[in-house]
Write a protein that binds this ligand. Structure first.
Ligand SMILES: C[S@@+](CC[C@H](N)C(=O)[O-])C[C@H]1O[C@@H](n2cnc3c(N)ncnc32)[C@H](O)[C@@H]1O
Length: 290
């Protein structure tokens, strides 16, 4: 089950302009979309996701709201094309709840080192690049860069070297094999910290496989032309690099956007207790100037 993160805060901010048409750019299981439809009986939501399994779940979870939403299998970097298909030029708000869902993490699609599965990590099952290809085909230097830049992993050099050495003997095929390699690269006294040693490497590979940072930049750049005056942009991020992209974008486009969250919003202690996966969430919201 996926607990929608910062549910009340994000939907209040999104709907604060009393608009009608909103885009949930990461519809997932439909948690945020459902809340938007409940809170504003006049709202219509266009839900986008790369993941077909997520879209089927959303369809099921939103069945009481038939006629008030439409779902698209698309990359949110294509929001302009989705709106064109809907016959719309502008909407009243965009919501982004970035990262992976609990369904994806708990699936056998290779997102988590806690579940032994083939190295895959694709949100969109039709794309060619998989975690297997990153791990077995990228150069040592590229691997090191990904682990350092996307994972902020202090042992990136050592881990990249270990991967390249291992794969010379046989391809690295599963999440468990990869997690074991990373584990062995960590000094024994650091193996039992707050997070598992493989956490950052897995996150870094997932960001690379799904081009997460580039997609976010491309989508944000498109929002000014697609928002009505007073249209809202709400972004929940889980990674410091994502949050920096959002922060810089809003700063650079200060001519267009008025920031509504002077400080980022964070989940309450209570929410973190109920849903520990929410602990790193940060929310930023802005309104298009009239
Ligand atoms: C954290 S989940 C969203 C959960 C959702 N808000 C809910 O309440 O059920 C993130 C979702 O975004 C999707 N996603 C990630 N990057 C995407 C992209 N570039 N385009 C479209 N969907 C994307 C993932 O497949 C995943 O289902």
């Amino acid at each position: 089950m996926h607990f929608p993160v910062l549910l009340e805060e994000s939907t209040d901010l999104l709907l604060g302009n009393s608009g009608k048409i909103y885009v949930d750019c990461t519809v997932g299981a439909g948690g945020h979309t459902k809340r938007i439809l409940e809170k504003n009986p006049e709202a219509y939501v266009i839900g986008i996701d790369l993941d077909e399994e997520a879209l089927s779940l959303a369809e099921e979870n939103l069945k009481n709201y038939e006629g008030r939403f439409s779902l698209y299998k698309a990359n949110f970097s294509q929001i302009d094309e989705v709106l064109e298909e809907e016959g719309l030029e502008r909407v009243d708000g965009f919501l982004f709840d970035l990262g992976v869902s609990m369904m994806q993490l708990k699936s056998e699609r290779g997102f988590s080192f806690q579940i032994d599965a083939p190295l895959d990590m694709r949100m969109n099952k039709e794309q060619k690049l998989t975690a297997y290809r990153v791990v077995n085909e990228y150069s040592e230097r590229e691997l090191e860069r990904i682990f350092r830049d996307y994972g902020e992993e202090r042992f990136s050099k050592r881990i990249a070297r270990a991967i390249v050495t291992k794969r010379k003997k046989k391809p690295i095929e599963t999440t468990s094999e990869l997690a074991q390699i990373v584990w062995e690269c960590y000094p024994p006294k650091l193996r039992h910290g707050r997070i598992h040693p493989a956490t950052k490497v897995f996150q870094a590979i997932r960001i690379e496989v799904n081009r997460e940072l580039d997609n976010l930049k491309e989508a944000l750049e498109k929002t000014p032309d697609l928002l009505n005056p007073k249209g809202r942009l709400v972004v929940i991020s889980f990674h410091s690099l994502e949050d920096r992209i959002v922060k810089n974008f809003l700063r650079e486009r200060g001519d267009i956007f008025k920031v509504l969250t002077k400080k980022t919003l964070r989940p309450s202690e209570e929410e973190i207790k109920k849903n520990p996966a929410s602990r790193s969430a940060k929310l930023r919201a802005a309104e298009r100037r009239a």
